[in-house]
Design a protein around this ligand. Sequence first.
Ligand code: ZN
Ligand code: ZN
Length: 356
Amino acid sequence: MRQSVRETDGRLVSTRNGILPARTRASLGRATDPADDSPPVGADAGRLFARFWGVRGSHPVAHAIGSHIGVNTACLEVRYGPHVLVLDAGSGIVALGEALAREWREQDPGERGSLSLLFTHAHHDHLCGLPFFAPLFQRDVALHLLGPDLDGLRFAEIIAGYMRSPYFPVDFTELPSRRHLRSVADGARLVWRAGGAGPVVWDPARPVPARALVVDVLHSRLHPRDGTLMYRISGGGHSLVFATDVEVGDGGTPGEQRFVRFARGADVLVHDAQYSQEDYAGRLPRRGYGHSTPGMAARVARAAEVDQLILFHHDPDYADADVRALEREAKRLFPGSRAAREGMEICLDAAAPRQV
Ligand SMILES: [Zn+2]
Ligand SMILES: [Zn+2]
């Protein structure tokens, strides 16, 4: 069989013919064979598509311009059918907003699908790009913002409180776009129907409509103070779990076991792997900071029997070579491991759903 998936430049693509086995269907790579006439990777109707716009944690890397891994903090775009989901609003969301504005310039507003921002928690590295997200300033744009209530604050208060004077000159309530804010909590299921409208809260006991995009929510307490939300995004028979800002131990606690059940059988697990083992447990230990090592992430990936593990939330002090070393370490423990980098794309084809 001709292998049409190869590792080159950070794209995680499904095969064009859909006959590769499940383990290789979602492998990293980009077709480079000149004879390969497969269509460009992108967001087609039946595909669950994702693109990393920011892969760092803590703060953007101002002193490493030109890093191949990337300099921006957490932001992941996911598309399915007419829907665009944005996971977290770290500094990576700024370039995504500009790309969306360019794309929409060509389109009638009535032809656009939905745009939804899903927040894991409110730490600065996951919010710092929000005030610079171009669609917020567009009169003809409707956005759905969803995230957790934390530390006694409602989600809407957290967002509005972040974008107001004296922290920012434009008040969130005075923006021209139409914004719909909703708190989401542990156990929630959100459904985006095929028609293109925004999310509805769905009873998990009810069958899901055909061709719907589904997001399940887990409130993990494996991060300091009030934890984070994890999101499991499903469409076209595939699923991606976004689990950033999480510190797992040996897998023995009820919280860790719950996380593993939540991620079970996913095609792709995006998992925090901020620290090397040396930094995690060494002379100035980062234990308790709420972040994992590649070894911890690999343990979760194995226990949850996912296809691919993407290491995420790289430390801002780590050079590309350091991140590569973490990637090699993860690969030794879980072969389907890759380090996220800006511009990396994931494309899971509906024509080849995972068989579990
Ligand atoms: Zn973070
Ligand atoms: Zn955090």
